[in-house]
Write a protein of this length. Structure first.
Length: 175
């Protein structure tokens, strides 16, 4: 009888010590979880992107007017049109140069496009094509320099929903 009692006490103590060890290990591992699951705040809300696999800068520039006439529909066309002007030519009044630049995030949950420049620059009839060429180049240079760092600064990182820790369930049971 004494033997059974000793075995019961030893067994209970062993189970208690194993459980305590797992809890301590779970607390240590949980505190060191990687926070690399990305979320983005934008005007109107936030969304989960998941694990980021890529960030790209995209420059879109157009030449149009208020009547809907499209003179150039992408960066290459705009540059070609602006370079085709003669030295003393000016851009007709009412035509505008429109930027629609963005950071494109590729995430494991969702891809997301964050617009960073949607400006319009109207011609008053005295604008030289060279000034718009310089504006395109300087805008691209400014927005493209360190764009990954700038794009990453728009994100905040947390641990993945549900956690990556296989022992997190023990911590969640006790919390």
């Amino acid at each position: 009888m004494k033997n059974i009692m000793d075995l019961t006490v030893k067994g209970s103590l062993s189970i208690f010590l194993i459980t305590l060890s797992l809890l301590c290990l779970g607390k240590i591992i949980t505190k060191e979880e990687k926070k690399d699951y990305a979320y983005i705040n934008y005007d109107g809300g936030y969304t989960a992107l998941g694990y980021i696999s890529g960030i790209n800068y995209e420059m879109n520039v157009y030449m149009e007017d208020d009547e809907g006439q499209n003179y150039a529909g992408n960066r290459k066309e705009v540059l070609d049109v602006l370079k085709s002007f003669n030295a003393n030519d000016t851009i007709k009044k009412g035509i505008f140069l429109k930027f629609n630049n963005a950071y494109k995030y590729s995430g494991s949950v969702k891809d997301f496009t964050l617009r960073v420049n949607t400006s319009k620059n109207y011609s008053d009839g005295t604008i030289k094509p060279e000034s718009w060429l310089e504006m395109i180049e300087s805008t691209e240079l400014d927005e493209k320099s360190d764009y990954k760092q700038k794009a990453t600064s728009n994100l905040y990182f947390e641990s993945a929903p549900g956690g990556q820790n296989p022992l997190a369930f023990i911590k969640n049971l006790l919390d």
